[in-house]
Design a protein around this ligand. Sequence first.
Ligand SMILES: C[S@@+](CC[C@H](N)C(=O)[O-])C[C@H]1O[C@@H](n2cnc3c(N)ncnc32)[C@H](O)[C@@H]1O
Length: 207
Amino acid sequence: MLSKRLETVASLVTTDSVIDVGCDHGYLDIYLTLKGIKCLATDVSINALNQAITNFKKYNLDIDTLFTDGLNGIDIKKNDTIVISGMGTDSIIKILNRDINNDLVISSNNHLERLRRYVVSLGYYIDKEVFVMDNNKPYVIIKFKKGKKKYHDYDYIIGPTIKDEDYFNYLKNKYTKILNSIPNNYRDKIKYYQDLINEINIRINNY
Ligand SMILES: C[S@@+](CC[C@H](N)C(=O)[O-])C[C@H]1O[C@@H](n2cnc3c(N)ncnc32)[C@H](O)[C@@H]1O
C-alpha cells in the first residue's frame, strides 16, 4: 500500500523510465513497475537496498537495483525521470551535483525555498507542485523540468504553481503562528511575515 505522498510522487512521473535515488523499501518502484514504468532502484544503504530486493521478489518483479551514493555511476538516459524523495534539501542538493537535463520529481523533508532556488539555478523551472497531507504531515512534491522561467522571491517561498486552498490555509496558519511569536521590537521580521501573509491572501483571491 503506497502512502499518499509516494502516490503523489508517482503521479508526477510522465516518462516511461525512472531512477529512484534512495529507494529504501522500494515501494515506489513496485508501484511504478506495475504501471509499466521501468525503474532503477538505488540506495546508499545496502540494508535498505536488500530490503527493496526482498520486496521485489515478493511481488515477483524484476527491477534493476544499484548500491550507490546519489547519481554516482548511473548511466542516465535522456528519458529517465530522476526521483529523489524522502530526504532533506541538503542531501538532495549534494545528489544533484551531476550535469543533468532530466525531469526531476523531488519530495524534500525541509527547506523548500532553498531547494527551489537551487534547482532553478541549475537551469530548471518548476513545472508542477502538489501539496499533500500524509499522516498529518504536510508535503509539497515538486516536478522540475529543464528550461527557464522568471520567478519572484515569493515564488521560491510559496511555490509558483500551487493553487490549492488547503495549502494556502496551511501556509497562513504556519506563518501566523510564527508572526505571533515574534517580539514587538523585531520590526523587520514582523513586516516580513505580514507581507508574506498578504501575498498568500493575494494568491487566494486570484486563483
Ligand atoms: C526516508 S528514506 C525515503 C525512501 C523513499 N524514497 C520515500 O520517499 O519514502 C531515505 C532513503 O534515502 C537513502 N539515501 C540517503 N542519502 C542517499 C544518497 N546520497 N544516495 C542514495 N540514497 C540515499 C537512505 O539510505 C534511505 O533509504
